[in-house]
Design a protein around this ligand. Sequence first.
Ligand SMILES: [Zn+2]
Length: 160
Amino acid sequence: MSNKLLDTLGRRNRSIADKTCESCGKQFRPSKEIQRACSRSCGYKIRKLTPYNKGKGKGWINAKGYREIKVNGIQYKEHRYIMEKHLGRKLLKSEDVHHVNGVKTDNRISNLKVLDHGEHTVITNNRPYKKGYKIKLTQKERNRRSDHMKEMRNKALENQ
Ligand SMILES: [Zn+2]
């Protein structure tokens, strides 16, 4: 007899037991062992995070840090939307809207500049540290952290 559990159709092919959502208490069927909540919104509550689409005021900040808005049911990146309104035309796929001061949520028209995609990549890649790094680290400290992560990963692999 297999030690698998019955699925909804009565087949014995399920290996993870139903769980109780740690946020709302509802019974749910996890697809991964680590799942602790029945839904995305319950997951946010457990981790005490603000959902991306529930920021203050108009719009929300997406996973890449840009503000997004919905106009007549259509979703836009706000900086691109503002630039299109300013120019009075649609932006081309090859055109990027650059944030002059580097602040991705500062969508004042004075902070926005249309660049060809190639130019934009050159500017953002030549910053003293890559976007996404919130802290300024010396190369030595960064190497130390990188080595530390490698060590942790190797340890985790050994313990498997
Ligand atoms: Zn829940």
